[in-house]
Design a protein around this ligand. Sequence first.
Ligand SMILES: *[C@@H]1O[C@H](CO)[C@@H](O)[C@H](O)[C@H]1NC(C)=O
Ligand SMILES: *[C@@H]1O[C@H](CO)[C@@H](O)[C@H](O)[C@H]1NC(C)=O
Ligand SMILES: *[C@@H]1O[C@H](CO)[C@@H](O)[C@H](O)[C@H]1NC(C)=O
Ligand SMILES: *[C@@H]1O[C@H](CO)[C@@H](O)[C@H](O)[C@H]1NC(C)=O
Ligand SMILES: *[C@@H]1O[C@H](CO)[C@@H](O)[C@H](O)[C@H]1NC(C)=O
Ligand SMILES: *[C@@H]1O[C@H](CO)[C@@H](O)[C@H](O)[C@H]1NC(C)=O
Length: 801
Amino acid sequence: MDLPVLTLILIFLLTYLLPAYSALPSLRRGSSLFVEHSSDFLVSPTGSFSAGFFPVGENAFTFAIWHGGPVCSGDSCVPVWMANRDVPVNGKRSRLSLRDDGDLVLVDAGFLPPVWSSETSSSVAAKLQLKDTGNLVLTDESGNTTLWQSFDFPTDTILPTQIIKMETRVVASRSRSNYSRGFYGLHFNDQNVFSLVFSGPIFSRAYWPSPWERMFVFNRSGAVLDPLGYFSSSDDFHFSSSDYGRVIPRRLTLDPDGNLRLYSLNSSNKAWLVTWQASSTPCSIYGLCGSNSLCGYDRLLGRRCSCIPGHEKVDPVDWSLGCRPIVPLSNMCSKDVGFMKITHVDFYGYDMDQVERTNMTLVDCRTMCINTCSCKGFMYVFEYEKGTFRCYFKVELRNGHINPSFTAQFFIKVNKSATRAIEQEKQTQGSCTERQTVQLNRAPYTLNKSNTFVSLLLWFAVGVAGIEMFVVFVVWFFFFRNQQDISTPSHRYILAATRFQRFTYGELKKATKNFDQEIGRGAGGIVYLAVLPDNRVAAVKLLNEATTGGEADFLAEVNTIGRINHMNLIELWGYCAEGKHRLLVYEYMEHGSLAKNLSSPELDWRRRYDIAVGTAKGLAYLHEECLEWVLHCDVKPQNILLDSEYTPKVADFGLSKLMDRADSTDQEFSRIRGTRGYMAPEWVSNMSITSKVDVYSYGVVMLELVTGMNAAEGVRSIAGGEEKHMRLIPWVRQKMKETASDPSRSVVDEIVDPRLRGDYDVKKMEILIGVALRCVMEDKNSRPTMGEIVEMLLREEEASV
Ligand SMILES: *[C@@H]1O[C@H](CO)[C@@H](O)[C@H](O)[C@H]1NC(C)=O
Ligand SMILES: *[C@@H]1O[C@H](CO)[C@@H](O)[C@H](O)[C@H]1NC(C)=O
Ligand SMILES: *[C@@H]1O[C@H](CO)[C@@H](O)[C@H](O)[C@H]1NC(C)=O
Ligand SMILES: *[C@@H]1O[C@H](CO)[C@@H](O)[C@H](O)[C@H]1NC(C)=O
Ligand SMILES: *[C@@H]1O[C@H](CO)[C@@H](O)[C@H](O)[C@H]1NC(C)=O
Ligand SMILES: *[C@@H]1O[C@H](CO)[C@@H](O)[C@H](O)[C@H]1NC(C)=O
């Protein structure tokens, strides 16, 4: 659009629109704001907030406060307070009045009694004003006595300087399009801990912070967010937004999905950006997906709900109502029922009973569930430590969560006539392939607003010259185009940063004593030992300047890595992006890498087996969670770290993409990732790269765990007085072949690490070798997935006891 046209638009807006919004500085005693009057708004002195009738549906309005001027449009248009969220009023003859008796009332379509009132009655009440903080205040004439203020009655949002007191109750909206009170609340609980609570129609449960955190004695004197972005609460909870330090419009909102998020307004594109959130694992928020449904993650949309097989959504838009069986099971006490098995899924809580025995069989559990009317299903699990089988009987199938490393099996009671249909459905879908997306509804109000805005423009256009008609069209066109952009869901959730911290270069320089003690070298950088200001010991990785892209790319990637959370993946605590410096701060692992420990006598066969299982779980989490979006691309013993208990944690994941961008100019080179000796054949033959490249590398690491040899160095053996050099995989395969034809030899004896001195479980080693050889198949389709590997290792473990 060229300058003259823009100028015209500006002139048009200044001439016609602004007078239309001759918004009021205050509402005086005895006067009213009417829903039909497009000029009836209260605007704060500097225009940072407006209050007025806000459309929430077809002919439905609430009296609300929002950021910015009276024309509320686009994504930035989010009400921060509402007088009557549960009872919207009509679009005709509704009004907000400051009555002569000092009561502020909201009247629906002229009918009494009012739908809402401030319940003030004071002869001194003189005016209602909107402050620049977003607080709507009823005062006396001098303004010295506050009789009522909206800050004392928050809805789902807390604004900077608004104090959350002992009695404050913040309640999320029902959904993004329905502003009525929903199920999630934020308040100081009975233990004075600032907490998030789900209170559904039947169940109630606190879900943040975790019940075992912050158990100390606190007072509940209050909590407040300061204008710079620092939040602190009297229970000693505090955080800073990722863009801390600037005074910009912010809001702390308890969203309808139960997550508490701090948003900052980007003034250039008018989008709200998330700069902190309470939970980075959305599926841990209680009650999100309702009963009989499963929660999974999605990179763009966050949480993702789906129904378990044979079930359908109760409500097309609202996942919290869950799913119901397609073929109903009307009689729960019927003995003639079927069971549906689902794996890699955990339904947390709602156990009515559990039975544990060494001789417990699946049939026993099934019979018990059939004989109990309220049993909706059961979990059957082998307790590895105790050598017993255990059944958990469930009264509700809630908190379903997809988890590839979860190996217990679930059996769900269904109508027998439905079982065949379910089996078919499962075969066509697979439990993990269903890619249902979260319904992010475009709120109807957005539509309405654009309509009122458009019609307003058209109304003004009547009687103005032809050129202005043209301008109206342009404005409308411009606006319409914007609307289109805004409605794409990816714009809605841009996570700027989550729970981890941003460090300054100076802090990290000091923490590492000027990069004094090197503890390792990994992809793209050197790792140093550090002691953080809060005395945590950390590993700080200084990335090579040449290998990282711009700051925005770096932050986006760090944000992705920071959101990944699994006990077998190294945890990212923070980062630093300052000038050319790019640093990552990780948890420190006492025992260093597996490569360093492979020859240590501490690594007995049990630990080796556990390392194989743990590593597989970590990689399965990266690959699967139903998404296959993080490939490691450099699985090797140097990247598997061991903590004080020798629990393995995979390191250096998520960086491959970061590196990719930086050297994508070098086409030939950028394609190849990884380390010689561990790389799958796909890398060199021009085949597509999938998660199976990690499976291959993992297989090589397993062979190293068994044989104690180094894949990069290969195997030296003396055969017939002549020294031969062979690569590890062909050597193991050859041994397999030789021993298969000779019953007097055992492959396990011949290849297992001599450092184990014969102390190992033959069966376990056979499993490791068998699984490893499947992982290193040349044909990637013959290799199992990481999830299958976890299952194979654990299933064999159960069977062997
Ligand atoms: C209101 O407060 C200010 C300062 O606190 C004071 O100067 C003024 O006299 C007060 N006005 C009334 C009417 O009390
Ligand atoms: C919003 O949710 C409430 C309570 O769940 C319901 O009663 C109401 O009908 C819903 N409103 C709309 C417009 O869907
Ligand atoms: C309550 O806690 C706050 C912040 O921790 C502290 O400043 C205040 O003195 C405490 N109040 C009481 C009565 O203990
Ligand atoms: C704000 O939006 C503009 C335009 O989309 C973008 O270039 C800028 O990076 C954003 N600022 C922040 C802090 O995200
Ligand atoms: C199973 O579904 C059929 C209809 O398909 C119904 O007639 C029958 O009562 C159901 N069985 C039970 C036990 O609810
Ligand atoms: C299982 O073992 C218990 C004793 O541990 C015994 O009482 C019970 O009869 C056994 N049940 C079956 C089905 O074998």
